[in-house]
Design a protein around this ligand. Structure first.
Ligand code: CS2
Ligand code: MG
Length: 407
């Protein structure tokens, strides 16, 4: 079906989301997510000024061909801005194809491999007791896997705390700020010591069988990461995420050689070139690609198939900084791929529901998706337009000497 229009909708139901809308001559419309946290307007410009006109006139059914055209055809390729733009377009085209076929996307991929898929939730405690208490509440709600984070008091500066990035479904903005230059201080040694202490306590309090995940966010240097991955072994995490900078394969190889703690990594990756070696050398256990920063469903299915060969499972990145359109696209992929591991997920709150009608449902700590045709997400465009974009920024970190660290 001929593509007649490609538009973007920037909305802010509590946080900013960039929606891609593609219209075809038949009237069928598809939606995709192109959100890049803190850089939404740059992706919007890329789509509006560059991709939109290019796409008009092409056959929406030829998704693979269009993807290759946009990726290879323009010569310059890769990077989070371009790959988020491609993701928005790609998911919208799959949405159109599904609606046209009258089938949910997982059916077009080859059908379901499971009836539901497992998930985990972020839990943050300002004290150890509060963390344990909040974990217990989530377990009562039915969660069996938790991603924990905590505040570490600075032993050298009273009143100062080191805090890992996390998302509280009720304070969605925690991972973005309204200040352009929000600086935080980080001490990796103090944090590493605290991580070991908190994990020991948590495992003792929650028993053997609750899945535990911790995200280091690349905030350890290799010497500390070797020590931490080894010392965490007795608490058998489901995985330790981003123990070091994502692009340091040699360090990841050393971690894998000397520790049995499973490693997850990949939210910063945009193309297969970023992670091919990590997968085929089996340096990670879970791949954490973000569908909205990796060009959408088309490359994600290929990545999952490639990872399957090496027995690498998926744990796709999906915090609240990508929209329900992306969460739904992931749901279809997760229902289909054999090597699904676990899915990060944030339940949309009342404000987000004003804009998106999501087909993803939580039941007994697992997620399910219905059999609506296409992606299955309703977009309430009027509400989306009324909730106007608010500039928000990611903070950044310095160590005690003032040197920049991974945020
Ligand atoms: C985090 C992200 O969910 C995660 O694993 O690493 O929330 C990350 O901080 C944000 O996506 C940054 O925008
Ligand atoms: Mg992460």
């Amino acid at each position: 079906m001929e593509i007649t229009k490609v538009e973007t909708l920037l909305t802010s139901p509590g946080r900013n989301y960039l929606i891609v809308k593609i219209t075809t001559r038949s009237g069928i419309v598809g939606y995709g997510d192109a959100t890049l946290n803190g850089r939404e307007t740059v992706v919007k410009t890329f789509i509006d000024d560059y991709l939109a006109e290019w796409l008009e006139g092409f056959d929406s059914d030829r998704i693979e061909d269009i993807w290759r055209m946009l990726f290879k055809g323009g010569y310059w390729r890769g990077g989070p801005v371009m790959m988020s733009a491609l993701a928005g377009v790609d998911v919208a085209l799959w949405d159109i194809k599904g609606k046209r076929a009258g089938l949910p996307l997982y059916s077009l991929f080859g059908g379901k491999c499971r009836d539901r898929y497992g998930t985990y939730i972020h839990v943050h405690g300002t004290t150890d007791d509060e963390l344990i208490e909040k974990c217990r509440e989530k377990i009562k709600e039915g969660y069996i896997t938790l991603r924990y984070s905590f505040d570490t008091p600075d032993p050298f500066r009273k009143g100062n705390f080191f805090r890992q990035p996390y998302q509280n479904p009720l304070e969605k903005r925690i991972e973005v700020g309204t200040l352009k230059k929000e600086e935080q201080i980080w001490d990796e040694h103090v944090y590493a010591n605290d991580l070991l202490k908190v994990t020991e306590k948590l495992r003792a309090a929650l028993g053997d069988h609750i899945g535990l995940i911790h995200d280091v966010h690349g905030r350890l240097s290799s010497d500390q990461a070797y020590r931490v991955a080894k010392a965490l072994e007795p608490y058998h995490l489901l995985f330790l995420e981003d123990p070091v900078d994502s692009f340091n394969n040699k360090v990841l190889e050393n971690i894998k050689m000397q520790s049995a703690t499973p490693i997850a990594l990949g939210e910063l990756f945009n193309t297969i070139s970023d992670c091919r070696d990590l997968i085929d050398k089996r340096l990670i256990d879970y791949i954490r690609i973000d569908i909205s920063h990796y060009g959408g469903i088309t490359p994600l299915l290929k990545l999952a198939a490639f990872a399957e060969i090496f027995d690498v499972k998926t744990a796709f990145h999906a915090p609240s900084d990508i929209s329900p359109l992306a969460h739904a696209a992931l749901a279809h992929v997760n229902m289909h791929i054999p090597n699904f591991g676990i899915q990060e997920y944030v339940e949309p709150d009342a404000e987000i529901k004003k804009v998106f009608r999501s087909p993803v449902r939580m039941a007994d700590g697992a997620l399910q998706i219905g059999d609506e045709a296409g992606l299955g997400v309703g977009v309430l465009e009027e509400a989306a337009t009324e909730l106007r974009y608010k500039p928000m920024f990611l903070p950044y970190l310095r160590d005690r000497t003032g040197a920049i660290q991974n945020w």
